[in-house]
Write a protein that binds this ligand. Structure first.
Ligand code: HEC
Length: 135
């Protein structure tokens, strides 16, 4: 995204030097709207569920992990770490790798597997923000 903005800016500066005042005003307006739209898009990414309630690992989180992750993340499975063991999962959360793969890289669950819904992503995010407890 940043790369595209930089390219756009470079191009704009080039064009800017070669055009009339009226066109300059038009260009600035276009650029501002473009930036505004890209910012809006960034904000529209997941994690929109407000953490109004306390998440319970047993009732809110475990069922999601069991259905979307444990298919691979079990003892002897292809996924690194047995997520049927709370302490293993907790270590991935505390170490930051969970957040990196699920929220930043978004490559877990692996492509081709059922993905996490926005609601599920929101619940897990709340649970992590609340200290990822075994409650
Ligand atoms: C189709 C199989 C599959 C599914 C489903 C899956 N994973 Fe994975 N996962 C893997 C494999 C294989 C690896 C090891 C290779 C890699 O790191 O990409 C892995 C690695 C990871 C890692 C990195 C662990 C480490 O210590 O390096 C995390 C975190 C992770 N998965 C989280 C999840 C979560 C959370 C889910 C469910 C929401 C999930 N995965 C669903 C296959 C899967």
């Amino acid at each position: 995204m940043l790369f595209i903005i930089i390219l756009y800016l470079d191009y704009s500066i080039f064009v800017y030097r070669n055009i009339s005042d009226m066109k300059k005003i038009f260009l600035i307006t276009t650029l501002s709207s473009f930036l505004l739209v890209s910012c809006t898009f960034e904000q529209a990414e997941p994690l929109t569920v407000g953490c109004t309630a306390t998440m319970s690992y047993a009732t809110d989180i475990k069922p999601i992990i069991d259905s979307k992750c444990v298919t691979c993340h079990f003892s002897g499975g292809s996924g690194t770490g047995d997520f049927t063991d709370f302490n293993v999962l907790k270590a991935k959360v505390d170490g930051g790798i969970f957040k990196t793969r699920v929220y930043t890289l978004k490559d877990m669950p692996q492509s081709g597997s059922p993905q996490l819904t926005e609601d599920e992503l929101g619940k897990i995010k709340c649970w992590m923000d609340q200290g990822a407890m075994n409650n």
